[in-house]
Design a protein around this ligand. Structure first.
Ligand code: 3HC
Length: 302
C-alpha cells in the first residue's frame, strides 16, 4: 500500500502496534486517528456486533475527513479511506491482540474495577516494554496503574469528542511516570496532528475541571428559573463564542458521563462541595434514561 500518509518519525520507531480496548465512540475515534497516521491498530471489544458498529462509525467519520482534506480529488479521498481501514484490525481475543502491542490504549467503561481488572491481566501477558494508557476522564490514573508492575510506563491520554476533530489531548502524568514514556506520549500526540498539554493526575485534569463546573452552573441557572435552556445556549454561543451552548454540549457529552464525573468528584472529597452539589435536573434525566444525543433525548430531543 501507499505510505503517503505515514509520518511515524524516528523517536517513535518503537511505537508501531497499538491495541485499543473498548470500541465505543472514544475507542473508535482513537483507532481512526492512529490508523490514519499509519499505526497498526487492533481494536478489541467483547462482541463482534459492537466492533462492526465501530467500524461503521469510523467509515462515516473518515468520509468527512477525506472530503475535507481532498476536496475535489475522489481518488485521493479513497486512498486515505482505504489506507486507514487497512491499518485497523478488530478482535475479541484479548491475549492474541496484546502480546505484540507496543502500546495499549484503554477506552472501556468508566469503572475503576473493570479498568483495574483489565490492566492487571494485561500486565501478565504483554511485554515489559509495552506502554499502558488509560483514557479515563474521571478516575485517578494512579489508582488504575497501581494494579500493574509498570507504574513508570503508565499514563493517561485524555481525548475529546469528536476525536477526529478536536485538537487537544491532555497527557496526564502520575508521580511515577518515567521521562521516556512521557516523551513518547507527547510525540505520539503530535504525530496524530494533535496538540498535547501536560497535566498532573488531578480531578478533571484541565478541560473538565473548568468545563464541568460551567455546565453544572448552567443547569442550576435554569433550575433557578433565570432562563430556559434554549436561551442559555443561544447566549453562550452568540455572546461568548462557544461552538455549542452548555445544554447542547451536555447532551453531546452524555448526561450519564457528566453525572459520573460529578459523582466521582463528590466522592473523592477533593473538590469544593458547592461545585459538585447534585443538580436535580441532571439526576432526573439520567434516572429517566434521557442521556442526550445517544438516546435521542436529553435536555433536547434529536
Ligand atoms: N469526525 C470527523 N470530523 C468531524 C466529526 C467527526 N465525528 N464531527 C464533526 N467533524 C468536523 C466536520 O467535518 C467539520 O469540519 P470543518 O469545519 O473543518 O469543515 C467540523 O467538525 C464542524 O462540523 P459541522 O459543521 O458538522 O458541525 P458544527 O460546526 O456544529 O461542529 C463540533 C461540530 C465540532 C462538534 C462543534 O460543535 C464543537 O466543537 N463542539 C464542542 C465540542 C466539545 O466541546 N467537545 C469536548 C467535550 S468534553 C469531552 O469530550 C471530555 C469528556 O471527558 C467529557
Amino acid at each position: 500500500g501507499s505510505y503517503a500518509y505515514s509520518t511515524i518519525s524516528s523517536p517513535l520507531q518503537h511505537l508501531k502496534n497499538i491495541t485499543v480496548y473498548g470500541s465505543g465512540l472514544m475507542g473508535a475515534g482513537i483507532s481512526q486517528v492512529a490508523a490514519q497516521k499509519g499505526y497498526a491498530v487492533t481494536m478489541v471489544d467483547l462482541d463482534e456486533k459492537v466492533l462492526d458498529r465501530s467500524i461503521n462509525i469510523i467509515k462515516a467519520s473518515l468520509h468527512r475527513v477525506a472530503k475535507k482534506q481532498f476536496e475535489d480529488n475522489e481518488i485521493k479521498q479513497k486512498e486515505l479511506i482505504d489506507f486507514t481501514l487497512s491499518n485497523i484490525k478488530t478482535s475479541t481475543n484479548s491475549s492474541e491482540s496484546s502480546k505484540d502491542a507496543d502500546m495499549i490504549i484503554e477506552a472501556i467503561i468508566e469503572d475503576i474495577y473493570q479498568k483495574q481488572q483489565l490492566f492487571g491481566s494485561l500486565d501478565e501477558i504483554t511485554p515489559t516494554k509495552t506502554i499502558f494508557v488509560t483514557t479515563t476522564s474521571s478516575l485517578p490514573i494512579k489508582e488504575i496503574a497501581k494494579v500493574t508492575k509498570r507504574v513508570d510506563r503508565f499514563a493517561g491520554l485524555h481525548f475529546f469528542n469528536p476525536v477526529p476533530q478536536m485538537k487537544l489531548v491532555e497527557v496526564v502524568r502520575t508521580g511515577e511516570i518515567n521521562d521516556e514514556t512521557y516523551e513518547t506520549l507527547m510525540e505520539f500526540v503530535k504525530n496524530l496532528d494533535k496538540t498535547p498539554v501536560a497535566c498532573k493526575d488531578t480531578p478533571g485534569f484541565i478541560v473538565n475541571r473548568l468545563l464541568v463546573p460551567y455546565l453544572l452552573e448552567a443547569i442550576r441557572l435554569v433550575d433557578r428559573g433565570v432562563a430556559d435552556p434554549r436561551d442559555v445556549d443561544m447566549a453562550m454561543k452568540s455572546g461568548a463564542g462557544m461552538p455549542m451552548g452548555p445544554f447542547e454540549l451536555c447532551d453531546f457529552i452524555g448526561l450519564d458521563t457528566l453525572k459520573s464525573i460529578v459523582d466521582g468528584w463528590r466522592k473523592s472529597g477533593n473538590i469544593d462541595p458547592h461545585i459538585v452539589a447534585p443538580t436535580k435536573m441532571l439526576d432526573d434525566h439520567v434516572k429517566e434514561g434521557k442521556l442526550g444525543r445517544k438516546t435521542r433525548e436529553g435536555f433536547f430531543s434529536y
